[in-house]
Design a protein around this ligand. Structure first.
Ligand code: GCO
Ligand code: MG
Length: 403
């Protein structure tokens, strides 16, 4: 038995807020888990400190599956982003500990490598198509094999995925939520043009992706998918919301543009129908918001038998701990598709010292034992929590819509 002797929650804001769980065992081995839920960080911190940590002390750190079941089934109240992010943090930290005790990088415990590295896509965005494509060219020159394109929409002051001039894009930017204004008509007029020009300028050897960020209706999404077919996207992401999984059936009936969804999912039940009916091509559920490595492996195993591949969320609100966990998962599973990678700020990487590294369009998890991330707690303490919300979105007539 490897006893858990302490577990603490560290909240820090190096560039943006992160919540991290650190578990320590009687042998002095420690493990880290990410528990960051953008805009709702302190809810998960409290869930951990007030409800999970008291039950963790004295448990056997090696019983990862039983601990997962204990917190999921044992709570009676199941699922939801707060619960599942808290369970994920415990799960990641225990896998980190187990791999450190074994003296192996975590991917070895997940079955070993199925591939050398995880192909990543990064974000090119700009207020104009020209600006967006210039950034894409820069990334392609750096070896990226896949780039997501988001561009300003003529007639709208701001849109999802495009930052303020000269600043890296981070949507959680405000003490009280900022308000955006939205028009699907204007947006739908602008996107085909972006991809037409993209193929003219960037050619056909690069994978192109696009994120709708849940803003269309199924019939609008079906039309967009059809109009984008000539440009052969790698995927069209979050075309509609998926609380009603059947939404995707209608899109699927009309277009062969590949579909991705799932960054806001927190359990296998959020995507069961999408996967079983083969309504999507890529599942974007992520290690931190979907119950950790233990639960994400179940989702991937279900997806595998229906030809659905993974494309884990990897925005900057997922800490380097999550990114490392995702990479160990990505290189080990059979049905990996792609991994999102939005670069963290330098100061984030100073607080979270990571061993994963980029080469030739792919990330590599590193060969050290465990997840390969250490948290500099003294430095973390210099960056106290700062309330930050994701924006809200309104139609031009003032009604609230999806951001
Ligand atoms: C993505 C996402 C992010 C989210 C963000 C919310 O595809 O990377 O859509 O940009 O908006 O993670 O916190
Ligand atoms: Mg997205």
């Amino acid at each position: 038995m490897l006893k858990i002797v302490s577990a603490k929650v560290i909240v820090t804001c190096p560039g943006r807020n992160f919540v991290t769980l650190k578990i320590e065992t009687s042998d002095g081995v420690t493990g880290l888990g990410d528990a960051t839920l953008s805009g709702r960080e302190l809810a998960v911190a409290s869930y951990l400190t007030d409800h999970l940590v008291p039950c963790l002390i004295g448990r056997d750190a090696h019983t990862i599956e039983d601990t997962w079941q204990y917190f999921y089934r044992g709570a009676y109240w199941r699922r939801g982003p707060v619960t599942m992010s808290a369970i994920a943090a415990v799960d990641m930290a225990l896998w980190d500990i187990k791999a450190k005790v074994a003296g192996l990088p975590l991917y070895q415990l997940l079955g070993g490598k199925s591939r050398d590295g995880a192909m990543v896509y990064t974000h090119a965005n700009g207020n104009t198509i020209e600006e967006t494509l210039e950034k894409a060219q820069k990334y392609i020159a750096e070896g990226y094999k896949a780039v997501r394109l988001q561009s300003g929409v003529p007639g709208l002051k701001a849109t999802y995925g495009v930052g303020k001039a000269g600043k890296p894009y981070d949507p959680a930017d405000s003490d009280i939520p900022s308000e955006y204004s939205w028009s699907s008509e204007k947006y739908l007029r602008s996107v085909p043009e972006l991809f037409k020009k993209a193929r003219d300028v960037l050619g056909w050897d690069v994978h192109l992706l696009h994120d709708v960020h849940h803003r269309l209706t199924p019939i609008e999404a079906a039309r967009l998918g059809k109009e984008l077919e000539p440009y052969r996207l790698f995927w069209l992401e979050d075309a509609v919301t998926a609380e009603n999984q059947a939404n995707f059936r209608l899109i699927r009936q009309h277009t062969v543009t590949p579909l991705a969804v799932g960054e806001v999912f927190n359990s296998i039940w959020d995507c069961k129908q999408l996967i079983e009916e083969q309504l999507i091509d890529y599942i974007r559920a992520t290690v931190v918001h979907a119950g950790g490595i233990t639960h994400l492996r179940r989702i991937a195993a279900l997806a595998d038998i229906y030809n659905v591949r993974t494309g884990c969320h990897g925005a900057t609100d997922l800490s380097p701990v999550s990114m490392a966990a995702a990479l160990h998962f990505d290189v080990s599973i059979p049905n990996f598709g792609i991994q999102e990678w939005m670069h963290h700020a330098e100061v984030t990487d100073e607080v979270f010292r990571r061993t994963y590294s980029y080469k030739d369009g792919a990330l590599h998890p590193g060969e050290g034992p465990g997840l390969g991330v250490e948290l500099d707690e003294a430095l973390a303490a210099k960056y106290p929590y700062k309330r930050a919300y994701l924006p809200v979105n309104r139609l031009e007539d003032g009604s609230l819509t999806n951001w």
